[in-house]
Design a protein around this ligand. Structure first.
Ligand SMILES: Nc1nc2c(ncn2[C@@H]2O[C@H](COP(=O)(O)OP(=O)(O)OP(=O)(O)O)[C@@H](O)[C@H]2O)c(=O)[nH]1
Length: 568
């Protein structure tokens, strides 16, 4: 995999990883914000609902207490058999009836079980003594339980069987000189109460009130309300735990209720925590209402109140910003690093393949630019080095070529060099009909010199003859040592006169120039003729040379028109 693909893969992996990480972090942050916000909302909601409830109830509780503390009623309670006091007490209760919210009251006496009641319609005027309570009747159990529990006041949600409605009863103990003599209070219709306090159309917010036992007293789902709660044995009450799915939540709510009640002096302290209701997580806000001995619990469904989707635009902006950053980063890395590396690699490949042509100089001055400059300097020194090497090789080759065509002893051309020149000249002769001539000479009795004077002297003679030849030929003629003691001269251009003149000059020059020892040469000459071949010309010159030798040496013959003519 190349660098670009690997980087793309790495960038993609980074995008995926950072998106996942961002999502997780975002969820955590959002959840924390929602939690904190939810806790505040729960607290506000709890205070608000509590205030609304207490507003309605506290007044009734106060009135009920005033009624039971009333002197008139107290006097009668001391002497329940006194008809005058009784009439005054009923009159007093009737006054209170007008003040109670639902315009009804009740008063029950412990000793006699006498139960007095009148309603909003004043339906029992003159016959307020309704009936006598019976400790053996389950419907009257509330009264005896209340007295037994000695609770100064109590709120009791209980159906009124006689009226066929459910009421929230406000029960206050009637005490005379510290002795409980009965219970007095009023009843409020539960339905409007529920509608006002817990039935409000607030999506995601569920409010309920539970008593000191945790038994549900006010809740929008009437099936969960624990009617006549306090007369039921433990274990049969419909408590808040019924709503909670998880055992951990049930124990948390119980501990929270206990904790909140331990410090009533702290007033409306609100505790919050997450609980699961009907399979959904809710934020529960709990507070204790010491004035009525109940708790309020507000359940907030945060998914409804502040769905995570609310944060979607934020997540969107964040994701787009992240993607753009990575994209820009990717482009920057490609531009700054990967592309220059690829271009540098291509340049190296070109150098490897022998293309040493200079590159356009890099305009960059950073590390990458310096790397490119270093490479360019290196490529240029390779280029220079190669150029020098090629020049040296060319020079050496030329020298070798020259050496290969040169006779080392005489420094004339050797036979190979002369053959090449002959071939070239013959081509020119064919092409341009420029006639050329050959002069072939052989030292006379050279063997004797070697034998008598030594090989070194023989070599000296060969060099002297070479020197003589150089003086006899024209600048554009060529002389070669043909082999042993034979020399060949190429005369081009040449005609019969030149051939004769130069051949004769050579013979005489050698004869006069090389005196110690006295040396002569025999010479054969020939001119190229139409339809000639190199072999034929050489053969004719050789024939002429042979004739010169044969005729006594130190002579010059020319082969011409099939004849051998002695020149000198
Ligand atoms: N010193 C020396 N002698 C050479 C060299 N090359 C050939 N020779 C000798 O040249 C002699 C050539 O002799 P030939 O051409 O056969 O005979 P010649 O003695 O010249 O007699 P003719 O040619 O008949 O006049 C031989 O003895 C070779 O050994 C060389 O480079 N140096």
């Amino acid at each position: 995999m190349n660098l670009k693909s690997r980087f793309l893969l790495l960038a993609s992996a980074l995008i995926v990883a950072s998106s996942l990480a961002s999502w997780v972090v975002f969820e955590r942050i959002a959840e924390r914000i929602i939690e904190r916000w939810g806790a505040n909302i729960a607290e506000i909601q709890v205070r608000y609902d509590s205030a609304r409830l207490l507003q309605n109830i506290e007044r009734e509780v106060g009135l009920a207490q005033q009624m039971s503390d009333s002197d008139v009623i107290q006097r009668w309670a001391r002497q329940p058999g006194n008809a005058t006091l009784k009439a005054a007490a009923i009159e007093e209760m009737e006054r209170f009836r007008h003040n109670f919210a639902d315009h009804n009251y009740f008063l029950a006496l412990k000793d006699s079980g006498a139960y007095f009641y009148n309603n909003a319609a004043n339906g029992f005027a003159g016959k307020q003594l309704r009936y006598h309570l019976d400790p053996n009747k389950p419907a009257d159990a509330w009264f005896y339980q209340l007295i037994e529990q000695r609770r100064d006041f109590h709120l009791n949600v209980n159906p009124d069987e006689a009226l066929g409605v459910t009421k929230l009863w406000i029960d206050v103990l009637l005490k005379v000189d510290g002795r409980i003599v009965g219970v007095a209070g009023t009843g409020m219709d539960l339905e409007p109460f529920l509608q006002n306090i817990v039935d409000l159309e607030q999506p995601g917010i569920n409010t309920l009130f539970v008593d000191y036992n945790g038994a549900i007293q006010l809740y929008r789902d009437r099936r969960y309300i624990d009617y006549a709660s306090f007369v039921k044995p433990e274990g049969q009450k419909k408590t808040i735990e019924l709503l909670l799915d998880r055992p951990a939540d049930r124990s948390w709510i119980r501990q929270t209720l206990d904790r909140l009640r331990e410090g009533p002096e702290q007033g409306y302290r609100v505790e919050t925590g997450f609980v699961t209701v009907d399979g959904k997580s809710h934020l529960a806000g709990v507070t204790y209402l010491p004035s009525i001995g109940w708790y309020e619990i507000t359940l907030l469904d945060l998914d409804v109140l502040l769905p995570l989707a609310t944060f979607a635009p934020m997540l969107g902006v964040f994701s787009v910003a992240l993607l753009l950053t990575l994209l820009v980063f990717n482009i920057a890395i490609r531009r700054q690093i990967i592309d220059p590396i690829i271009s540098l690699e291509a340049a190296m490949e070109r150098v490897r393949l022998g293309d040493l042509s200079p590159r356009k100089p890099s305009p960059r001055s950073d590390e990458m630019g310096r790397l490119e400059q270093h490479f360019d300097v290196m490529a240029s020194s390779i280029r220079e080095h190669t150029r020098q090497l090629e020049e040296t090789v060319r020079e050496r080759t030329d020298a070798l070529n020259r050496l290969a065509r040169k006779d080392h002893l005489t420094e004339l051309l050797n036979r190979r060099g002369m053959n090449e020149l002959l071939a070239e000249e013959f081509q020119r002769f064919r092409r341009e009909h420029r006639t050329f001539g050959i002069v072939w000479l052989d030292i006379d009795n050279f063997k004797d010199i070697n034998d008598t004077l030594g090989h070194a002297v023989g070599d000296g003679v060969l060099r002297q003859i070479a020197a003589s030849l150089r003086t006899c030929i024209r600048p554009y003629d060529h002389a070669a040592r043909w082999g042993g003691d034979e020399f060949l001269v190429l005369l081009a251009p040449c005609d019969g006169d030149h051939l004769q003149g130069i051949g004769e000059r050579i013979r005489r020059t050698v004869e006069s120039a090389v005196e110690t020892p006295a040396i002569t040469v025999s010479i054969g000459g020939a001119l190229a003729v139409p339809d000639d071949t190199i072999e034929n010309i050489l053969q004719r010159a050789d024939d002429a040379l042979y004739q010169a030798k044969d005729n006594g040496r130190n002579q010059f013959y020319i082969a011409e028109g099939g004849q051998l003519t002695r020149i000198s």
